[in-house]
Design a protein around this ligand. Sequence first.
Ligand SMILES: Nc1nc2c(ncn2[C@@H]2O[C@H](COP(=O)(O)OP(=O)(O)O)[C@@H](O)[C@H]2O)c(=O)[nH]1
Ligand SMILES: [Mg+2]
Length: 366
Amino acid sequence: MLRAGFVGLPNTGKTTLFNAVTSQTTAVTANYAFSTSKPNVGVVAVPDERLAPLAKLVKTEKLVSATVEFVDIAGLVRGSSQGEGIGNQFLHAIRETDTMIHVVRCFENESVPHVEETLNPRRDIETIQIELALADLATVERRRERVQKTAKGGDKAARAELAVLDKLQPALEEFKPARSVALNEEEATIARNYFLLTMKPTIYAANVNEAALADPEANEHVKSTRAVATEEGAECVVICAQLEADLVDLSLAERIEYLESLGVKSSGVDQLIKSAYRVLGLMSFLTAGEKEARAWTIPQNSRAQDAAGAIHSDIARGFIRAEIVGYEDLMRAGSYATAREQGLLRLEGKDYIMQEGDIVNFRFNV
Ligand SMILES: Nc1nc2c(ncn2[C@@H]2O[C@H](COP(=O)(O)OP(=O)(O)O)[C@@H](O)[C@H]2O)c(=O)[nH]1
Ligand SMILES: [Mg+2]
């Protein structure tokens, strides 16, 4: 399951956002296992507007959304990597995520102190980036001490590793993220073993006041956050953590009305999830039957057999064929029977490349 962690300075809205997203019941009633939740880990349904119509068509009451895990990562302040604040407990939490959502304070609020007293997104982002880079630098230096000797002795693997460390270290010394270093495939494989924090793809979340939501691009703090994101080739999503928190107690209809009154189309959380999917190269496929209509998450360009494995390893192992119909085709046909009559159902083999919105019935034999 995709796991995204909120990072950022204190008082930027991470916990507000975390509480809001983990208690929002999304448009689709989802059935998901909360059992794995820890206090700072929450499971959230991925919004998918196709599930409800699909469930209706196949006459099932049960909808199961794909899920994402959000983690509220506390404790990053200036000096964290050297043990300031609550020390470097954050390291472990970030290592376990697939992507970081860097929450940047773009809201004025007299009653909520800013750690540096004034709002300055670019400086705030840099503060966090420096701590992450310093933590990675320590990792890289430790590794160098270990391989240097073996490399001198002519060991091939150690020399290859040293070459990678030679590329990473200068970047980190300039507080540049490891992900900005150009590495070939072989080098990237070596670098992955270090589990560097700054290797994680990052999405910036500009946290604004409600008033700024109608025209966020006019907000100077959003502008500077977006500028940093653009320089890095990263995505930037505008959210209002306070608004997300207010939405929790509303029904779906009330929520839509409230968002419209603020001139907003969709909640920031939905946009964050979609952004994480894009950044991590993920997509969804669907299954539908009497039992349930369900969305599954797979990497883009997955083969049909690997998609089967997302459901169960037995289905991948005993894969025979995938019976596939596109979502739009099935909806237009109105039923499976009609879709079949019209020749819209295709039989695909194990190497078929999955397409967004494929509705699949795997035939397998174990
Ligand atoms: N006005 C405003 N206040 C916010 C917003 N998000 C968070 N806050 C307030 O900022 C304070 C710190 O928020 P919190 O979520 O605890 O920040 P964290 O330290 O990053 O986890 C709380 O008092 C929140 O109510 C927002 O979007 N607008
Ligand atoms: Mg917090």
